[in-house]
Design a protein around this ligand. Structure first.
Ligand code: T1G
Length: 692
């Protein structure tokens, strides 16, 4: 065996040279790995006894892409393209042996090989678009030459992983070999290739798969139209489409140059910086400084769910999806039946869309133990309550749970705002109590705020964080404060949105500005969707807000076709004259002289107070790091990932500008806008708040 460098070995098995890459954790294509591969291939080519070359990886996966930590730094030779040129110039077959996830540059490396074999559990993909870039080492030129333009467009603009089975069906993988026998089977495959005497085929020279798309711009026009909503605001998907068009219409080398030019532009863009930041921020959120990564966690074999309503049902589905049995407790049979029926309907809808088989639906429903008695929770390892959002009700439930739950069981509240320490104080075991705040729709939104109480045991926090990952959530550890992180910042935006429509804007102005900013919908459209009458009753209505006035005349939102907006039978929203009159009337009643308000002022007054509140959250130690706050907004509220999150966005604008604007607004609008001390200091020191 020859150690080419610290991360690349070269051995020979008979007439087969075997290059093994070993650069934990994911064999990302660092400069050292690239240099080692090029050198190993050159040595194997020079070795006359070697008739073919197998390129394989040790550890958990084949190369998972370029080393993202190298982005934004001066590039180091050899480039990945240079390594690919060495492989393509080899006069003997080079076979990529794939396990784990061959992603991005990893798949592009494999595409420069003559053949690709994989184990059935392997997956591959070109996820660069998720980082705000596009495949920059020939992926947009080589992939279409194997799978065709349409399939390539889907894969490259979605960044989705493709299973080995599907990759083989597309011709991306030449053979699926035995699980756990990759190296030996890849060597055997190499021997078959030698014995076949087949001429060496380079992917770059293939044309059959892309020829049908040639001279058909409508393929790309239709693809753009079909995906316009999904790609709204993003720069990278359009670049991906243009690169695939180039693969179809231009000679390979020209297409490669076109791809490189697009890549250079995107990798230097603000959007890509934001998306790369989000990639690492999501992984950073799993790290809690005072809780070691290997902290033993409690076994969660059965979950108890109190409440089968919208939240309780949605939360339960997360565990059912992960194969974890759930005991669902309601107060009466009707509520229980309704809850179970909703869960079943959701699953059957997924089955209709082909995401689940009916067998899967039945398997998941069979994991539910419905109950009308809290005592049935005695064997649960974790109990989550999603009952009415009132402290008295929460305290009553936890008092009962304290007497029912087995020793060591974790008791969690799904409260959106309330004080976990107060809830824990009614139990004899506050160390086993914490918040697990899911976001509606709970079976869809990825965010899970794990609310750590003052007395919550470290292993309980570690268990909730690990369980979050197990059920496909992004768990963020937050501190106890009204609204924790996300809703606390949302309250700031809501206050300003309501003030803005009193001062001169209309709901549709505010919604338009925030939608154009990249949010899925603005606060008033969101309120109509959720229902204006949440928590409203005629008895408690003061009539002092537009929302209450609307409820008073039975305009409850989408649910009854009219709220801030009027809705047609397809739920298409149009601004309502009724709403406009109510708002004008309220302004008059409050003695406010309405004025024209610019889009810029609307944006700043909705977003900057959120940034300010985020800084206060950091000052108070209620979030571990600014990037956690951004992950909360990216995964819980649909903040556009190409803007990185509220804190990253503040740095993009320039923290000094944000502070100056807050100070100006504070003079005219009052202390709500006084900039947080941390924000002022960070700006003064010329540092980035997103790095706090
Ligand atoms: N570069 C550097 N570090 C990476 C990395 C990468 N590409 N991928 C993962 N890591 C780190 C990650 O930060 C974490 O570090 C550890 O590995 C485990 O990751 C030329 C230019 C492979 C599916 O976008 O999707 O190729 O926190 O926690 O859940 O066209 O990592 O332990 O210190 O995510 O098992 C394209 C990104 C790059 C793939 C594994 N490739 N990675 O998931 O583990 S751009 C990607 C992933 C490119 C070319 C272009 C996932 C994974 P730490 P993890 P996981």
């Amino acid at each position: 065996m020859t150690a080419i460098n610290d991360v690349v070995d070269l051995t020979r098995e008979g007439e087969i040279a075997v290059i093994t890459l070993d650069s934990p954790p994911v064999n990302a294509l660092s400069a050292q790995l690239r240099a080692g591969i090029a050198q190993a291939v050159e040595q194997a080519v020079a070795d006359d006894a070697a008739k073919a070359i197998v390129l394989t990886c040790a550890g958990r996966t084949f190369c998972a892409g370029a080393d993202i930590t190298e982005f934004g730094k001066p590039p180091k030779d050899p480039s990945l393209s240079a390594v690919q040129a060495v492989i393509e110039a080899a006069p003997k077959p080079v076979i990529a042996a794939i396990h784990g996830t061959a992603l991005g540059g990893g798949l592009e490396l494999a595409l420069s090989c003559h053949y690709r074999v994989a184990v059935p559990s392997a997956r591959c993909g070109l996820p660069e678009v998720k980082l705000g870039i596009l495949p920059g080492a020939g992926g947009t030129q080589r992939l279409p030459r194997i799978v065709g333009a349409e399939q390539a467009l889907e894969m490259i603009t979605s960044g989705a992983h493709v299973t080995a089975k599907d990759a083989a069906a597309m011709g991306l993988f030449d053979k699926l070999v035995a699980e756990g026998n990759l190296r030996e089977d890849a060597i055997a495959f190499a021997r078959e290739v030698i014995a076949s005497g087949a001429p060496l085929k380079k992917v770059r020279d293939l044309d059959e798969a892309i020829a049908p798309a040639r001279g058909k711009p409508e393929i790309f026009a239709e693809f753009r139209k079909k995906n316009a909503r999904k790609f709204r605001g993003f720069e990278a998907p359009e670049a991906c489409i243009q690169a695939v068009e180039a693969a179809v219409e231009k000679p390979f080398e020209e297409g490669l140059k076109f791809e490189r030019a697009l890549f250079e532009k995107l990798v230097a863009s603000e959007q890509s910086a934001a998306q790369r930041y989000a990639f690492f921020a999501e992984r950073e959120a799993a790290k809690i400084p005072d809780i070691p990564k290997d902290t033993p966690t409690r076994e969660i074999a059965r979950v108890g769910m109190i409440g089968a309503g919208t939240m309780g049902g949605g939360i339960s589905m997360n565990f059912l999806n992960a194969g974890i049995p759930v005991t669902i407790v309601e107060t009466n049979q009707d509520a229980l039946d309704r809850g179970l029926a909703t869960i079943r309907k959701n699953y059957e809808n997924s089955a209709k869309r082909g995401r689940l088989s009916m067998e899967d639906v039945e398997k998941r429903m069979a994991l539910i133990t419905p109950s009308l008695a809290l005592d049935d929770l005695a064997d649960c390892d974790l109990v989550i309550e999603a009952v009415f959002e009132l402290m008295e009700v929460k305290k009553e439930i936890f008092t009962k749970l304290d007497g029912i739950c087995k020793p060591g069981a974790i008791m969690a509240s799904n409260t959106s705002y309330l004080d976990i320490d107060k809830i824990a104080s009614v139990t004899s075991r506050p160390g086993d109590v914490l918040g697990m705040h899911f976001f509606s729709p709970a079976n869809v939104m990825r965010l899970l705020e794990v609310v750590r109480g003052e007395k919550t045991e470290k292993d309980v926090v570690a268990t909730a964080m690990a369980l979050g990952k197990r059920i496909g959530k992004v768990a963020v550890c937050v501190g106890v404060a009204h609204g924790f992180v996300g809703n606390r910042m949302l309250s700031e935006r809501q206050r300003e949105a309501n003030n803005l429509i009193m001062e001169g804007a209309m709901p549709w102005d505010v919604d338009r500005v925030l939608h154009d900013f990249g949010l899925p919908m603005g606060p008033f459209a969101m309120a109509d969707l959720a229902g204006l009458d949440l928590g409203w009753t005629p008895e408690n209505s003061t009539g002092e807000t537009a929302k209450e006035r609307l409820c008073e005349i039975d305009r409850r939102g989408q649910k009854n076709g009219k709220g801030f907006y009027d809705y047609d039978e397809n739920r298409k929203a149009t601004p309502s004259k009724v709403t406009e009159e109510i708002i004008l009337d309220l302004s008059r009643a409050k003695g406010i002289t309405r004025r024209a308000i610019s889009d810029q002022e609307i944006l700043e007054r909705c977003i900057y107070p959120m940034i300010n509140e985020g800084a206060k959250i950091l000052q108070e130690g209620k979030a571990l790091r600014a990037s956690d706050i951004d992950i909360v907004w990216l995964t819980g509220y649909g903040w556009p990932v190409y803007r990185g999150g509220p804190m990253f966005y503040a740095d993009t604008i320039g923290l000094d500008k944000v502070v100056a604007a807050l100070e100006t607004y504070a003079k005219s609008l009052g202390p709500d806008f006084e900039p947080a001390e941390l924000l002022v200091r960070t700006a003064k020191e010329g540092k980035r708040i997103s790095e706090m």
